[in-house]
Design a protein around this ligand. Structure first.
Ligand code: SF4
Length: 477
């Protein structure tokens, strides 16, 4: 699965497909409402939340500004701890490093904990292509792998499925005989996954934060699977995006709090695992070999650009949880592994204007995401900038260009404006058959999409200018 998988469909088609799927639609609405309330309570209990946001923004902006220094510190310290470190500028290079490690160690079974980076570089597909099984161990990722489905949220990838759909899936595919109670489903999964963990030759994980001062990698999770994938198999491979690096353990304290409160509305998650190198001779548990793959894959193109602020993102998903567009079109409507406001900015930059179609328009520009972002990324301004860049780089729609040029000519010419408003008011009155609103019209294609979902008020006969002129005349009488 690549970052943007929606090339074969338009935003409009994807939206229509989601809107006709009541189940998926309602599942997302329910989840958004729960996340909203939980986040609000977690933020209120944090004390000086705005102060924390400000500190988070400052540290992330500073790290981005000196990214080369922090990435090299991370690599140097990780190597001091005995980690093998590889740098991959492109996704394919990262995949090749992983395949080489698998081949050099004659590995036959891989377990993986949740990693958006692995989705981004299509790692599972490449490993499976070599005939080697790779088993997702995060509960939601395991569900998606079993269902051959795509993630719909960056923190809760199977948000669009409920417990009944999940129990049915395991009954149909994996011999599950229990009910739709989450405890029974997770017990089934634990029993299924435990022997796989014990047999696996390699564990692969992502990295929430790479700590430059210690060369450590951190996983923040609510399931124990991340820690199992990190420590049970003899070899651990970690995929570290260059934008995951933070300066030190003090900043980790701040960022885990910002991340967890924003993501799931809790004060802390069940597991925060910090791994520093392989196990030494005095330790019993842990991998004997660790490999860190430090991946750019387009991130450095954000540096010194209008979109540099996006590198501050800590992948909390709060912008998805508040977004009215995400609420309606769900994660799958975006056609990207990164949905929601952060996804529109990231995907459009990483996948290019030539490929993403109308994706930058999947935003109402309401700005709610900006207020929720724990590191104050001006998301809606970045999305607006994408629209401007897209047009300036020649990827705008020709039809839109013609319409806007016509509108510009009409609005800037008093006589044309007067004629257009008179003709418009008469035309709308005819289409509405004398009613005050146009509803569900098919008579004019351009109005159909609008009136499918909302009523369009008919322009009054008397225009504002005429009304205003009369009013001034009356006042002066
Ligand atoms: S853009 Fe902000 S709110 Fe959205 S995922 Fe990133 S850090 Fe969270």
């Amino acid at each position: 699965m690549k970052i943007y998988y929606g090339e074969q469909t338009s935003l409009e088609d994807r939206t229509a497909a989601v809107l006709s799927d009541d189940f998926k639609h309602q599942a997302i609405e329910r989840a958004q409402d729960i996340f909203y309330k939980k986040r609000l309570a977690a933020v209120q209990s944090a004390g000086d939340w705005e102060g924390m946001r400000k500190a988070g923004r400052t540290i992330r902006a500073h790290t981005t500004q000196y990214l080369d220094y922090y990435v090299s510190s991370f690599i140097r310290n990780a190597e001091k701890n005995g980690a093998h470190v590889y740098v991959a500028s492109k996704g394919q290079q990262a995949v090749q490093h992983v395949l080489d490690i698998i081949q050099n160690n004659d590995a036959h079974l891989i377990v993986k904990s949740k990693s958006m980076m692995s989705e981004e570089i299509e790692l599972n597909e490449a490993i499976e292509h070599k005939g080697i099984p790779i088993v997702e161990t995060d509960c939601a990722e395991h569900i998606l792998q079993t269902a051959h489905d795509k993630p719909s949220h960056i923190v809760v990838p199977a948000l669009h499925l409920d417990r009944t759909a999940i129990s049915k899936l395991y009954q149909q595919t994996s011999g599950y005989k229990g009910s739709n109670e989450p405890e029974q489903i997770t017990h089934f999964l634990r029993t299924h996954l435990r022997p796989i963990f014990l047999k696996a030759d390699i564990g692969i994980s992502g990295c929430n934060f790479g700590i430059a001062s210690t060369g450590s990698v951190t996983l923040v999770s609510n399931e124990g699977n991340g820690r199992m994938a990190n420590s049970v198999p003899p070899i651990h491979i970690v995929l570290v995006g260059i934008d995951r690096i933070i300066p030190d353990l003090y900043s980790l304290d701040l960022f885990t709090s910002l991340l967890v409160r924003s993501a799931v509305g809790s004060k802390m998650t069940s597991y925060v695992s910090i791994s520093t190198g392989a196990k030494d001779t005095t330790e019993v548990d842990g991998p004997s070999e660790v490999h860190y793959i430090v991946i750019d894959n387009g991130r450095s193109s954000f540096l010194n650009s209008d979109f540099e602020a996006m590198l501050r993102c800590i992948r909390c998903g709060a912008c998805l949880n508040i977004c009215p567009v995400y609420r309606h079109i769900t994660g799958h409507g975006y056609g990207s592994i990164y949905p929601g406001p952060m996804g529109v900015v990231m995907t459009t930059r990483l996948a290019d204007y030539a490929h993403v179609g109308d994706l930058p328009y999947a935003c109402s520009l309401c700005g709610a995401c900006d207020d929720h972002c724990p590191v104050s990324i001006p998301l809606h301004s970045l999305i607006r900038l994408h629209r401007i860049h897209k047009i300036n780089e020649g990827y705008g729609s020709k039809q839109d260009a013609r319409i806007f040029s016509l509108v510009e000519n009409v609005l800037s010419n008093v006589a044309l404006y007067s004629i257009a408003t008179h003709v418009g008011a008469f035309g709308m009155k005819c289409i509405a058959h004398g009613k005050p609103f146009i509803t569900n019209t098919t008579s004019i294609a351009a109005l159909k999409s609008w009136t499918d979902y909302r009523d369009l008020k008919v322009m009054p006969k008397q225009r504002f200018r005429t009304w205003f002129k009369h009013r001034i005349a009356e006042e002066n009488r």
